[in-house]
Design a protein around this ligand. Structure first.
Ligand SMILES: [Zn+2]
Ligand SMILES: [Zn+2]
Length: 470
């Protein structure tokens, strides 16, 4: 195929004028004289962090909440690294949409890649052939990017979640599996209930590179691909808030927002089948209230602004704890009053627990204080003094992150086994039924408050308190 004549670099206005998507691919000659990486990180002007006053008046699209943090990221929620991220309508739109594409020989030297103001996605087909898709500003959408990188294009920095109690030392993750630029969300400014998710995010030079090994395919004139570990989605069936929804099927979302069945393993070369050809029901990349987004290493919950309005608030949940404590539950052995903590409770320097800290016997649900009755030596098991069932015992702690609640009550509490996080019955039962990707091939249900995999069947227990009869 003869090389086409070199095309002049298009000015921004010209790009806009020739914005018909998918022009016939033109050979785009590149100059070897241009340095391989002259791009500087652009300064993004849309990193506004709203003041409290702002928040009340601004349009909210929704919230992304990382599973496994009970409303708090140790050592503290700071900047773009926190346990949840609220997506507000931006002052100025920063969305992008596809404009045109063409074939190049060396993507790293091509004009769209070198231009750090030009958003583009490069699909490498072979050592000397790549397709570049240029993106142009879209006044109708706001873009939010999520990933492990702390570079400026990432709005919400997410690192791998370690199961269990969070103490603030993040040295446990040996090798991260979360992509630095994992995914992007585009929300419609005129219709804030519509937010779409796409795999991969633009880097500091506003590029996305899908290398030679990445899964990609061409259908007609469209090219699309998957990222290495992929972005998996699960839309709940039915309304998340109300307590009657059921988990849906996990799917994979592509770089262009297509929905596919899961690959044989997480990073397999062969993509899954297009879901629209498999099922009658429409499955899209539009986030629903309760959609789970798995980044491979951390899982995010999407709560729509509409859904959150129907959810219990943190004040409401704290009130539930206060009411329970006002009933002055007692330990049947020590007869001392127990106090349910809202946060993970204090353990003294000598390992001694607070006398008021309640414990749950995970096989029967009886709630008691700390005592040695029924404790077998060299065993984690204890005999419950009330019913004589033998099993593990765990500290109780309130699940205080409201976004994870699927209903607001009634105040009958259940706790997850083995971590002891308490929540409403429907909330605990819902999460126990959700299988979440774990590692490269496995799925398991875990506690949304601390990400500890559930044990035994059904993975939770109804709590039985001894009311103070005095
Ligand atoms: Zn018991
Ligand atoms: Zn837990």
């Amino acid at each position: 195929m003869p090389a086409a004549p070199r095309r002049p670099r298009l000015a921004a206005a010209a790009i806009e004028a020739s914005a018909a998507p998918y022009l016939v691919p033109a050979q785009y000659a590149t100059s070897a004289a241009i340095g391989s990486d002259g791009a500087e990180s652009p300064i993004l002007d849309d990193k506004e962090s709203p003041t409290e006053k702002d928040k009340a008046t601004r349009v909210k699209y929704g919230e992304l909440v990382i599973l496994g943090y009970n409303g708090f990221l140790p050592p503290g929620d700071r900047g773009r690294k926190r346990s949840k991220y609220v997506l507000y309508k931006r002052h100025d739109p920063n969305g992008v949409k596809r404009s045109k594409h063409y074939v190049v020989k060396t993507p790293h030297n091509s004009q769209a890649i070198l231009d750090s103001q030009q958003h583009s996605i490069s699909y490498t087909l072979s050592r000397n052939q790549a397709i570049i898709v240029e993106y142009m500003p879209d006044e109708e959408t706001d873009m939010f990017q999520i990933g492990r990188s702390s570079e400026s294009p990432i709005d919400f920095v997410v690192v791998d979640t370690v199961a269990g109690e969070k103490t603030g030392d993040s040295g446990k993750v040996v090798q991260s599996t979360i992509s630095r630029f994992a995914c992007r969300i585009l929300a419609e400014r005129a219709n804030p209930s519509v937010a779409r998710i796409y795999a991969a995010g633009f880097d500091s030079s506003r590029n996305i590179f899908l290398g030679e090994k990445a899964t990609k395919w061409q259908e007609g004139r469209d090219i699309d691909g998957l990222t290495t570990n992929g972005i998996l989605l699960m839309h709940p069936q039915g309304s998340f808030c109300g307590g009657d929804s059921e988990p849906g099927v996990w799917r994979e979302v592509s770089v262009c927002g297509g929905i596919y069945s899961l690959r044989e393993s997480r990073s397999a070369q062969k993509k899954g089948r297009a879901v629209s050809t498999l099922h009658v029901e429409e499955v899209t990349n539009v986030l629903q209230d309760g959609t789970l987004i798995d980044l491979c290493g951390a899982t995010l919950l999407w709560r729509s602004a509409e859904g959150l309005e129907k959810s219990p608030t943190k004040d409401y949940l704290e009130n539930l704890v206060d009411k329970l404590n006002a009933g002055r539950p007692v330990c049947p052995v020590g007869l001392n009053t127990l106090v349910i903590p809202r946060k993970s409770s204090y353990t003294g320097p000598d390992g001694s627990a607070d006398k008021q800290q309640p414990y749950v016997y995970l096989n029967c649900g009886h709630v008691q204080g700390s005592h040695d009755w029924g404790h077998e030596k060299n065993s984690h098991s204890r005999t419950c003094p009330l019913c004589h069932k033998v099993g593990p015992v765990q500290k109780l702690c309130m699940g205080i992150e409201p976004a994870f609640y699927v209903d607001a009550g009634p105040p009958i509490f259940f706790a997850f086994n083995p971590c002891g996080h308490m929540a409403t019955e429907k909330t605990v039962k819902y999460w126990a039924s959700v299988m979440i990707p774990h590692g490269t091939n496995a799925f398991e249900s875990f506690c949304p408050f601390c990400a500890t995999p559930l044990e035994g069947f059904p993975g939770y227990i109804r709590l039985i308190f001894q009311d103070n009869v005095d």
